[in-house]
Design a protein around this ligand. Structure first.
Ligand code: ASP
Length: 344
């Protein structure tokens, strides 16, 4: 049963936590523990809101797995003391961080809501204020004594998305994120309307387990017309490489030239896991639908279905760090672990 434990705000950096230096005119991070000076409305919540901030806030372009571990450990250490967590994060790599946390936090039964802003809180027209207030409201929302959204999510510009389904698609408008292959989980209009049937709930309540190991033996290879053999050789020839996310065309298609197919086959035969992810933002890989993907299927390439590159990269980094055989990893790649893929 949920009680009045309040919400923990974790400020990692990004535009949201900035104000304009009145002298230099540049944007600089402000002390987030004083956020309620900027947003006095926060004091109107009837529950406790506490803040933890990174000693040095980071632009999210500097985020790496070490930061994900720090965020996850803050959640782990405070898990029983709060009803939910709101993570303030730069938008540039928010989709990666939300995806990573979704795979790291095993048995998660509380809301972890990422949000940020395109314009800093210290600017009059900021989108950060609405994003922050609504993210807190969502993290605290409950029904029949249970949290409404016990998942890792991204809240941005009036929509709540499953975190591992998101991609940043806009660098200038307030609606920076999309979840092209999965419906939004809630919409904030006059009322907060939850899309209940699409929200994941844990089947059984088990203690939170945090995966803290990451492999860096992966890379992403985006296909383009004219890609050459030398480039493929360099990528697949990388030392200690264990997996490649192959960003393919349309429904998972790739060139059918003999040199290309045999290069792919050679990579698979040398135990590199190849995961086929489409470059299209909407739709799914369907290996074998066209002749140009049948060859990939026959070579042993694994279908990524409708996974985003962000979710594919973080899922692979975590799976490869576990003591699993390649066959088990391939099996798990074809399974929805945290609602990241749709398999019909
Ligand atoms: N460069 C910033 C970051 O991702 C942009 C933002 O916060 O939206 O940290």
């Amino acid at each position: 049963m949920i009680d009045n434990k309040g919400i923990l705000l974790i400020y990692t950096g990004g535009t949201i936590g900035m104000i304009k230096d009145p002298v230099k005119g540049t944007l600089t991070p402000f002390d987030f523990s004083e956020v309620s000076d900027l947003i006095p409305e926060l004091q109107r919540f009837t529950f406790n809101i506490e803040t933890i901030q990174f000693e040095s806030p980071v632009d999210s372009s500097d985020i790496h797995p070490g930061f994900w571990i720090r965020i996850a450990e803050i959640i782990e250490n405070n898990y029983n003391d709060y009803n939910g967590f709101v993570i303030l994060h730069g938008t540039d790599t928010m989709a990666y961080s939300a995806s990573a946390l979704s795979f790291m936090l095993e048995n998660l039964a509380k809301p972890v809501i990422f949000t940020g802003a395109q314009l800093p809180l210290g600017i009059l027209r900021t989108d950060g204020k609405e994003n922050l207030i609504t993210a807190i409201e969502i993290a605290a929302a409950s029904e029949n004594g249970q949290p409404m959204v016990p998942e890792v999510c991204v809240y941005f510009e009036s929509k709540l998305y499953r975190g591992n389904r998101t991609t940043k698609v806009n660098a200038e408008h307030f609606n920076a994120f999309q979840s092209a292959n999965y419906p939004y989980l809630a919409r904030a209009g006059v009322e907060l309307v939850f899309n209940r049937e699409f929200i994941r709930h844990p089947q059984v309540i088990e203690p939170l387990v945090v995966h803290k190991e990451f492999s860096d033996q992966i890379t992403i290879l985006k296909l383009f017309p004219g890609i050459n053999r030398k480039y493929m050789d360099v990528v697949f020839g990388m030392k200690n490489l264990r997996a490649v996310i192959l960003e393919t065309y349309g429904a998972g298609n790739a060139p059918s030239a003999e040199w290309f197919t045999s290069r792919i086959k050679k990579a698979v035969d040398s135990n590199i896991i190849l995961l086929d992810v489409t470059q299209c933002s909407r739709g799914s890989v369907e290996l074998g639908r066209y002749e140009t993907s049948r060859t990939l299927l026959e070579a042993g390439v694994v279908s990524g279905y409708d996974i985003t590159t962000e979710a594919a990269a973080t899922k692979l980094m975590i799976l490869l760090a576990q003591q699993l055989r390649d066959e088990e990893i391939k099996m798990l790649l074809n399974k929805s672990l945290k609602g990241e893929i749709t398999i019909h």
